[in-house]
Design a protein around this ligand. Structure first.
Ligand code: MN
Length: 236
């Protein structure tokens, strides 16, 4: 882990610390890195034209400042004609580590929230991998308030859903994750040293689709605070 200090003087104002609200607290969760899992529900792999037996889940990242709070209106992003919603269970890491073992993985979880992995699907399809401009753009991670794991226990099942303008378009269950949450932590920590403040998006179920300016999204995971988002006019 690199050395950090807050005693330097800086040539520019220090950029704001990205953070997420916490249920029942005035304190916020500071965001360090945002890791995402692609292709982690079989029915979504199939709807994207893949094969869940052959194509394993993959990792990518979003920048920390992609965070958008629940209740916000965001502009329809630039350079896309096919912005897609992906509702996901979000895991917040409170204790770091590398090469974390499966039987201790849950000890690293600080809390859970509902999030959206907003995606420029046309660019993802056109450019292939890496998914940087399809996935890691400004305001691409709306997220609801975090509920501490100490209040909830471990989430390994429960309804996950998304409604657009009141119509349910994604509706599945956390139990259908291909890589379960402890396994995600094991695999991710083999490649990256996890640290407090890291966020993991666990993947989207099937039913992804386009959203348009003026749309209102409501995202749910059983037991968590909902996330709402409104899509504003196209960026010019
Ligand atoms: Mn996703």
């Amino acid at each position: 882990m690199s050395e950090t200090t807050n005693t330097h003087a800086y040539v520019l104002p220090v950029p704001p610390q990205a953070s997420i609200a916490v249920v029942g607290s005035e304190k916020r969760f500071p965001v360090r890195r945002i890791y995402c899992i692609g292709r982690n529900y079989a029915a979504h792999v199939v709807e994207m034209g893949g094969n869940a037996d052959r194509d394993p889940p993959i990792f990518f990242q979003k920048p920390a400042d992609a965070v958008v709070a629940s209740g916000a209106t965001i502009p329809y992003p630039s350079q896309t004609q096919n912005l897609h919603h992906e509702v996901e269970l979000v895991v917040a890491i409170g204790k770091g580590g590398r090469d974390i073992a499966e039987n201790t993985a849950l000890d690293h979880i600080w809390g859970y929230a509902v999030g959206l992995d907003l995606t420029r699907r046309d660019i993802q399809s056109r450019d292939g991998k890496p998914w940087e401009i399809a996935k890691a753009f400004d305001r691409s991670f709306p997220v609801g308030p975090l509920t501490p794991a100490s209040d909830l226990g471990f989430i390994d099942s429960g309804r996950i859903s998304l409604a657009v303008n009141g119509k349910v378009v994604q509706d599945s269950d956390i139990s259908k994750l291909i890589w379960k949450i402890p396994e995600i932590i094991v695999r991710l920590s083999a490649f990256f040293e996890l640290a407090p403040g890291d966020i993991i998006l666990t993947g989207t179920p099937d039913g992804v689709g386009p959203i348009e300016p003026g749309d209102r999204l409501e995202a749910y995971v059983n037991g968590l605070e909902p996330l709402t988002l409104t899509i504003g006019p196209k960026q010019v």
